[in-house]
Write a protein of this length. Sequence first.
Length: 255
Amino acid sequence: MLAKSRYCVAFDSDNPHKASFLWGKFHRFADYVKIESLYHEANANGFPITDSLWNESDEDRASVINDLKIHTTPEAAYRISKTASRNLGTAMITIHIGGGEKMCKKILDGAREGRPPSSITGTGIIYKPERPKIIGITELTTSDKNEKDYHKLVLERAEKGKDWGLDGFVCPINLVDELENILGGGFTYLVPGMSWGGRHGIEQRKTYHPSEIMKVGKDSFPVGIAGSAIMDSEDKVKTAEEIYKSMLNFKSNLF
């Protein structure tokens, strides 16, 4: 379903067991779950968080966005990417385009080399898993740059990312269609800032209603990210479903 494939829940929990439990409830509505500090916390304690979340989704398709925001030396970036890509549940890895061409290309190498050559699904089917998509951060949507400078930076970095082989970009919702027109179709766009009931990240400057994600990206793959909109609500599962239904309602009107 289009709405489900454009919906990601971002966890800010530092408890991997709680995160796995919640994702077991959320995955009925969203195709993707995004983790950041949770990834590092769980790995440091030997908890296979990516595989745990993936197992909760009951699907063969990878569903975890590891929001690593990689920005380091090329060789260190390569090792981080390769390690993260070993987990079959990893669908995407975020990186900073500002790290430069060499870093970005080494991350792509790590993603290719880290992926196992084949795997067996729960139904016994042997398949060759695709490497995770490498998603470039153009500029943080919490940035306080003025709109003109912000806009210029996003476009410049996205064009570089395309030339360097990246699979998609993190950007505000108002620039998805513009980037698609400039770069062409087929890219994935992660769009932070989904707001519901007045809730969104306190530093987030680029917010939008869930239905807005259904209006953009004719020839690309936009994914709206809801973090605080869900995690700050009293009934998280109910809120996740409400957001999903608002996206579905827009879809029925559109199509």
